[in-house]
Design a protein around this ligand. Structure first.
Ligand SMILES: *[C@@H]1O[C@H](CO)[C@@H](O)[C@H](O)[C@H]1NC(C)=O
Ligand SMILES: *[C@@H]1O[C@H](CO)[C@@H](O)[C@H](O)[C@H]1NC(C)=O
Ligand SMILES: *[C@@H]1O[C@H](CO)[C@@H](O)[C@H](O)[C@H]1NC(C)=O
Ligand SMILES: *[C@@H]1O[C@H](CO)[C@@H](O)[C@H](O)[C@H]1NC(C)=O
Length: 289
């Protein structure tokens, strides 16, 4: 009985939220497994210590703490952040070299509780993120950028990449898009950057049982809609999600290791904002919209 009352309340709540134009935020309707939504009362220095939201130690240049990488951008929060949470924006500059990867400029947020084999590495789960470009800290779209991905536990591959810019080996005609790539870096789906809608919102269902990917998309505060999939993809190998920028070099030839070679311009300051980061259980087909 209680169950049905709860369902009814949920149904009424989501019905009233769905009514435009008052739907300024969206409710998470599935169980959250990993939560990267940043409470409004967080300070930037909180990211430098164990904080329960993101890993304080990885992935960044060892001598550049998160409080020097991240900032809280101005403007409205994304639909899954309103009203309690707020977005974070990370900047890459000439110092953004992780370990000895001089070919890359990067930082990557990891959920604090994301383990190599946790509840988000089996069953059916959905990763949510919203993203916004920063016109004052533009990307250089002649480069390939990873923006969101899941790296296998043995670091041998990423099960998927969410990219922008010019993918190495392509002519870059689609560089002004967000691009979903499969485990073999094949382009599955893309959508143009939209600088006028505020946030672009994405959700990616990883079905570890059927080995598929399904992408959902919306602009601004609109409900997410299925955009493409399910695509066959080898999702196995466990590992961790990463949300951040990994800017690859240009001009790498032959079989040279791209993490250590190629061209990176100096004097850069490039950033995008992320909001509404979380992973939910999609058992029974549940996806927050
Ligand atoms: C933020 O507020 C919550 C709830 O009031 C509280 O539990 C938490 O300690 C606060 N965090 C910080 C970093 O102030
Ligand atoms: C990961 O966890 C799942 C669920 O507990 C389990 O079935 C699987 O064997 C584990 N995989 C590895 C590589 O440990
Ligand atoms: C770029 O590549 C795409 C896809 O391979 C192709 O359709 C297009 O004609 C190419 N454009 C140019 C300018 O070479
Ligand atoms: C999927 O990748 C794993 C490595 O994580 C490999 O052992 C397995 O053979 C692959 N499966 C398929 C169907 O390619």
């Amino acid at each position: 009985m209680l169950f049905f009352v709860v369902l009814l309340v949920l149904a009424l709540t989501s019905a009233s939220l769905a009514a435009p134009p008052s739907n300024r935020f969206a409710r998470v309707t599935c169980p959250i497994l990993l939560d990267g939504r940043v409470p409004k009362n967080f300070s930037l220095e909180a990211f430098d210590r164990p904080n329960g939201i993101f890993n304080p130690d990885f992935v960044r240049a060892e001598d550049v703490p998160w409080s020097q990488i991240l900032e809280f951008p101005d403007g409205p929060a994304s639909k899954f952040d309103v009203p309690l949470y707020r977005p974070v924006e990370g900047t890459i500059d000439d110092r953004s070299i992780f370990q000895n990867q001089v070919g890359f400029r990067r930082y990557g947020l990891q959920f604090a509780n994301d383990k190599a084999n946790d509840t988000t590495d089996s069953g059916v789960v959905t990763l949510h993120w919203s993203i916004k470009l920063d016109e004052e800290k533009k990307l250089d779209l002649s480069h390939e950028y990873l923006m969101v991905w899941h790296e296998a536990a043995d670091f041998s591959t990423n099960q998927f990449n969410f990219n922008t810019g010019t993918r190495i080996g392509t002519n870059g005609t689609d560089r002004r898009t967000w691009q979903l790539l499969d485990r073999n870096s094949k382009l599955l789906w893309s959508v143009p950057h939209d600088k006028n809608c505020g946030w672009q919102n994405f959700a990616l269902t990883l079905d570890y049982v059927r080995n598929t990917l399904t992408i959902y998309y919306s602009k601004g505060t609109s409900p997410l809609k299925k955009a493409a999939g399910p695509f066959s993809n080898n999702n196995s190998g466990g590992g961790q999600f990463q949300m951040g920028m990994l800017k690859k070099p240009t001009g790498v030839t032959g079989s040279a290791d791209i993490s250590k070679n190629g061209f990176q311009p100096t004097g850069i300051k490039e950033a995008v904002a992320y909001g509404g980061l979380f992973v939910e259980s999609s058992a029974g087909g549940c996806v927050s919209k």
